[in-house]
Write a protein that binds this ligand. Structure first.
Ligand code: ATP
Ligand code: LTN
Length: 329
């Protein structure tokens, strides 16, 4: 069975974008692949996080993983800091990455260009840690949203470079990007990604939002004045985004949804999308509360860390041997 690995960095509450672009796919893949998913808590602190908020977001993220259908029996679920090999291989990867490569990473470049202050060295070297996260497990596939593709491509370059320098060591992973829903846009500004770090909350649906607010956000989603239901991403990005959300959650083709609503007003389509989103979220929220109440999270993470360490730790040992870092008598 091929192995698949992915992580989520819960620097805030998880969003509908995270669900459609990532989480939902992890759940669908867990029958056909050996699935490893983790909470990238080291990645969270590349920017300051209030400690109490961070702790809550980490717990909620695990509970939401489970609520969305990840099954700890079929998948390995763990917290990144519980497996120490990540940080160690992350450093080794940083020593095998050129500054030019990191300077080209668009996520970092965008932040620097926006003039963001207090950017940390951790944020800069983040792709090296991400490469380590993936390479420790010899993952064949990495399911991610569009924004992470470049990081997985860097991981491929680093794996190949290491293999060339030190001999065959790592599996070279492939990014896996879903055809529909890889980039859900903000409801209030469809030129931007729906993001948990958005300044206003209007365009972002959080998985734990009150369903009344969810409906309100969808009903007031920014569209256009063209008034025709059709697929024109460039001129009607807001409408396109709503149809894409509905398509991702129902598995109906976007064209079929357009046909269903041809000749009708945007209001009707919005009600349809709101119904679909709320129905899906209601199920997730119910399961989330059951999981939080059952207090099973700690045990699941403990077992997950043991299973993850059993793969990652021997890999790190192999790497250290190949580099010549060890002295063994
Ligand atoms: P931020 O929201 O702060 O920009 P993020 O959501 O991209 O951060 P993560 O939580 O680590 O960061 O993302 C987890 C996964 O969700 C990644 O695979 C990412 O590509 C995907 N993802 C995030 N936002 C969206 C979106 N709007 N549409 C589709 N996929 C998304
Ligand atoms: N960088 C990712 C989160 C992440 C990840 C990973 C995803 C950290 N390590 C390994 C896939 C594989 C993000 O910001 N979304």
């Amino acid at each position: 069975m091929k192995r698949m690995l992915s992580g989520i960095k819960p620097t805030g509450q998880l969003t509908l974008g995270n669900y459609i672009g990532a989480l939902r796919n992890f759940v669908n893949y867990q029958d056909d692949y050996e699935m490893i998913v983790f909470i990238a808590n080291l990645h969270c602190i590349t920017e300051y996080q209030d400690p109490a908020d961070l702790k809550k977001n980490l717990t909620d993220a695990v509970a939401l993983y489970l609520a969305c259908g990840l099954d700890p029996k079929r998948s390995v679920i763990f917290l990144q800091t519980d497996v120490h090999s990540h940080a160690e291989l992350g450093y080794i990867m940083a020593c095998n990455t050129y500054l030019g490569e990191l300077n080209r990473m668009t996520q970092f470049k965008d932040k620097a260009q926006k003039g963001e202050k207090n950017m940390t060295a951790g944020l800069y070297t983040y792709p090296c840690l991400m490469a380590a996260d993936i390479l420790l497990y010899d993952a064949n596939y990495v399911p991610v949203g569009e924004d992470q593709k470049q990081h997985v491509e860097l991981t491929r370059d680093l794996a190949q470079r290491f293999n060339n320098k030190y001999g065959e060591t790592f599996v070279v992973p492939e990014p896996l990007i879903a055809k529909v829903g890889a980039r859900i846009m903000s409801l209030s500004d469809p030129s931007k990604k729906m993001s948990k770090s958005e300044e206003t909350n209007k365009g972002c649906i959080y998985l734990l939002d009150d369903l009344k607010d969810v409906r309100k956000k969808i009903m007031s989603a920014v569209t256009d004045s063209i008034g025709i239901i059709q697929l024109d991403k460039e001129n009607q990005p807001g409408l396109y985004n709503l149809i894409e959300i509905a398509s991702a959650l129902t598995n109906k083709a976007m064209e079929d949804i357009v046909k269903e609503f041809e000749g009708q007003g945007y209001g009707k389509l919005k009600v349809y999308v709101a119904d679909i989103v709320c129905e899906e979220m209601e199920k997730i929220q119910k399961r989330y509360h059951e999981i939080i109440d059952s207090r099973q999270i700690e045990n699941i993470l403990k077992e997950g860390a043991q299973r993850a360490s059993a793969i990652a730790d021997p890999k790190l040992e192999t790497v250290k041997k190949k580099i010549g870092l060890e002295i063994k008598y």
